[in-house]
Write a new protein. Structure first.
Ligand SMILES: [Zn+2]
Length: 396
C-alpha cells in the first residue's frame, strides 16, 4: 500500500458547494477524510502543500473524442494513454470516450476496446467510465463535421450490435429523435439504463417534447447542431431548457456558444443541470496548424479554433479548466458553482455516485487549481496523473 497523501493549506470544495480551508487526506484509491486545518495526520503521510489553491473533485468530461493526435476511435492502449495525458493536464480524471459516425464494424470495434479499458482502469491514467456514442443515429441536415456517408437512422439490429459490443459500457447515446426508428431505439436504450441525449437534430419543440416522454434526458452540446430558437418555432432548445429532468451539455469555449448565451442559459437552466464538456477532438493539445483527423479529414487549428476546409467548427481544443474559467467569466458565477458543473453535475447525470464530490469513501479523483483556476495537479484514484508544478506549460 502506498503512503497516504495529505493536500494541505488549500480551500476544499465541499459537497455542499462551499470552499472551506481543509486538509484532504487520500488513502490508496479513496478519499479518507476532509480534515480541519492543523488536525493531526497519520505519521507516514506524504504532505503536499497546496496553499493558496483550490482543491476540487476531478473533472468528468462526458463528451470528448481525443487529443494529442489520438482519437478514441483508434481504440488502442497508446491512444488511450495519449488522450489521458492531455485530459489530465486540464484537471480531468474521468471521461466518456466519445465515438463518431463510421461504418458499423469500426464503431463496434471502438466500443469493444473502450469497454475493455473501462473494465480495467490503468493506474496513473484518466479513467474511462464508458462510451458516449455520438452518431451515426443523427440527422444528415445537422451532421456538423461528421462523415455524412456514415450517418443513418437507428435500426433495432444496429442498436443491438452496439449494445453487445459495449457490454454495459455504453453510457450515453446522442440521437436525433425525429428519425424513423428513433422512438423504439430510445425506449430500448433508456430501458437498459443508457442515457439518450438529443443532438445533431432538426427536432421541433413538439418533437423534442415527445422524445422527452420516450426517455430523453440530456442535450448534446446545446445550440450546436440543432435549430436556433425562433419565437414562433422554439425548437428542441426550448423544450430541453424548460424540462428540469434534462442535463444540458455546454461547450463553453467562447466560440461554440456566445458568452451572453452561456450566461442566459445558466440563468434559465440553473447551475444544477449544466454539464461542462470539451468536445475535444484528436488535434486538441497539438497547438495551431493543419492536421489530418483520424478518419482523414483535414482540419485547420488557428487560435484554438478547429475547422474543416468548408469552415465548419469541428469540435474544440478546449480544456476543462479553461471551460470552468470561462463559465465564471461569462456567467458571473462563483468558482465553486462552475467547478460543480465540471464534476458533480456530470457524475449525477450519469448516475455515478463514487465520483464528483470530495467526501470520505469516494474515489480520490482530485484537481488542484491555482488562484486563476488553472489545473496544476491532478490525481486520478489517488495517483498523480498530471503535475504542473514540475511540467512547464507548452507554448500554445
Ligand atoms: Zn462531439
Amino acid at each position: 500500500m502506498e503512503r497516504p497523501i495529505a493536500l494541505t493549506g488549500g480551500r476544499v470544495l465541499t459537497p455542499a458547494g462551499d470552499l472551506t480551508p481543509a486538509t484532504l487526506l487520500i488513502a490508496g484509491e479513496e478519499i479518507a477524510a476532509v480534515a480541519a486545518p492543523g488536525e493531526a495526520l497519520p505519521p507516514d503521510v506524504e504532505t503536499i502543500d497546496v496553499s493558496g489553491c483550490i482543491v476540487a473533485p476531478g473533472f468528468i468530461d462526458s463528451h470528448v473524442h481525443g487529443g494529442m493526435g489520438y482519437n478514441f476511435m483508434h481504440g488502442t492502449r497508446e491512444a488511450f494513454a495519449g488522450i489521458s495525458a492531455h485530459l489530465a493536464r486540464g484537471g480531468t480524471t474521468a471521461c466518456l470516450a466519445t465515438t463518431t459516425s463510421a461504418p458499423l464494424e469500426d464503431i463496434v470495434s471502438a466500443l469493444a476496446n473502450i469497454a475493455e479499458a473501462s473494465r480495467a482502469p490503468q493506474p496513473g491514467q484518466v479513467e474511462i467510465l464508458g462510451a458516449h456514442l455520438e452518431g451515426p443515429f443523427i440527422n444528415r441536415e445537422k451532421a456538423g463535421s461528421q462523415a455524412l456517408e456514415h450517418v443513418r437512422p437507428p435500426s433495432a439490429s444496429e442498436v443491438q450490435a452496439l449494445l453487445d459490443a459495449a457490454g454495459g459500457a455504453l453510457r450515453v447515446v446522442t440521437m436525433a429523435p425525429e428519425l424513423p426508428g428513433a422512438r423504439e431505439a430510445i425506449r430500448t436504450l433508456t430501458g437498459l439504463g443508457v442515457q439518450v441525449s438529443l443532438g445533431h437534430s432538426t427536432a421541433s419543440y413538439e418533437e423534442a417534447r415527445e422524445a422527452l416522454e420516450w426517455g430523453v434526458r440530456r442535450a448534446t452540446h446545446l445550440y450546436s447542431a440543432m435549430p436556433a430558437i425562433h419565437h414562433r418555432r422554439p425548437g428542441a432548445v426550448v423544450a430541453l431548457l424548460e424540462d428540469p429532468r434534462v442535463f444540458v451539455e455546454l461547450t463553453v469555449d467562447g466560440m461554440h456558444v456566445h458568452p451572453a448565451v452561456v450566461a442566459l442559459t445558466c440563468r434559465l437552466a440553473g447551475s444544477e443541470r449544466l454539464v461542462l464538456i470539451t468536445d475535444g477532438v484528436d488535434v486538441a493539445g497539438l497547438g495551431d496548424g493543419v492536421f489530418m483527423r483520424w478518419e482523414g479529414t483535414p482540419v485547420t487549428v488557428q487560435d484554438g479554433r478547429c475547422r474543416t476546409e468548408s469552415g465548419t467548427l469541428a469540435g474544440s481544443t478546449l480544456r476543462m479548466d479553461q471551460a470552468v474559467r470561462n463559465m465564471v467569466r461569462f456567467a458571473g458565477i462563483s468558482p465553486a458553482a462552475a467547478l460543480r458543473m465540471a464534476s458533480e453535475n456530470p457524475a449525477r447525470a450519469l448516475g455515478i455516485t463514487r465520483k464528483g464530490a470530495l467526501a470520505p469513501g469516494k474515489d480520490a479523483d482530485v484537481v488542484v487549481l491555482d488562484a486563476d483556476l488553472t489545473a496544476i495537479l491532478t490525481l486520478a484514484r489517488g495517483r498523480i496523473v498530471y503535475d504542473g508544478r514540475t511540467t512547464p506549460e507548452p507554448e500554445e
